[in-house]
Design a protein. Sequence first.
Length: 311
Amino acid sequence: MAFEHVSVLLHETVDGLNVKPDGIYVDATLGGGGHAYEVCTKLGEQGRLIGIDQDADAIKAAGKRLEGFGEKVTIIRSNYCDMKPRLHEIGIDKVDGITVDLGVSSYQLDTAERGFSYRVDAPLDMRMDQRQKMTARDIVNDYSESELYRVIRDYGEDRFAKNIAKHIVAERTKGPIETTGQLNEIISHAIPMKIQKTSGHPSKRTFQALRIELNHELDVLRDTLDDMIDLLNPGGRLCIITFHSLEDRIVKSSFRKNENPCICPSHFPVCVCGNVSKGKVITRKPILPSEEELTVNSRSKSAKLRIFEHA
C-alpha cells in the first residue's frame, strides 16, 4: 500500500512559518512529506529542511517525495523528542522554524496490519515506531483494571471508561485479547446500544487512548515544547497542529507560559522573579480548517493550529 496522507492545514501551517529562502526548517513529524514539500518549494540555494519521523514507512515515502530537492533535505529516523541532540549531531544549533503535526497518518490508519484502526480486524499493534517492543496488545492484556480505566478515562475521555476496563479484564480471563476485532466486540458490550446509535463508533475513544498511552504522545509533547522554542532563532516560528483536546491544552498552556513566564504575585508593582519572555503567541485563537478543507478531508475536523514566534 502506498503511503498516502492529505496534509491538514497545509497552507495555513507553511504560511505561518514565514519561510525565509536561506532559513533552516524542521518538520518534526515528517509523515508523507506534505508540509515539508511546501516548505522546500520556498527555499533558496542556502535553505535547508530537516525531516524527522520514527516510522520507517514514512521515512521511505517522504524520501521519495522530497528527492528532487537534493541536498537541501536531510531525513532522520527518530522521535521528535530527540530533536535537539539529533540536530546537534549534524551541526545545527538553531533553526528558523519547526512544524509538528500530531495526527495519525491516513496510511497508518488504513494499513490493517499496523493495528491503529477499529474499522478492520488486525493484530493489536498501534506502534508509531515498529522498533519498539511493546504493543497495544500488551496494554490490553497486562494493565490492571485500574490502569486501563485511567488510560481510557484520561486519554479517551470516555464516560464509559470504567465499564470498558471491567469488560476487558473479564474477557481476558478466557484467553488473550489479540486483535482489534476482539477488542471492538468487548467495547460494544460495555457501552449501551442507545448511546452507540448516536455517538459514532463505540471503539473510537478507547483506540485513541491506547495509541496515546503506547506511544507516550502527551508526555513527549509536554516534555519537548520548551526545547523546540529554545531551538528557534529570533523571529523563528513553531507551528503545531493538534487533534485532541488534551494536546491542544498542553500547547496552549506552554505557549502562554513562554510568552509570559512571570510568577510574581499580581499585586507586585514590578516583576522581580527575573523570568524573561521567550516570544509571543501569534494565534490567540487556534486556526481551524476551512469549510473547503473539511469537505475534502473529513479527518481534519478536529485539527487546530497554534503558532509561537521567538523573540
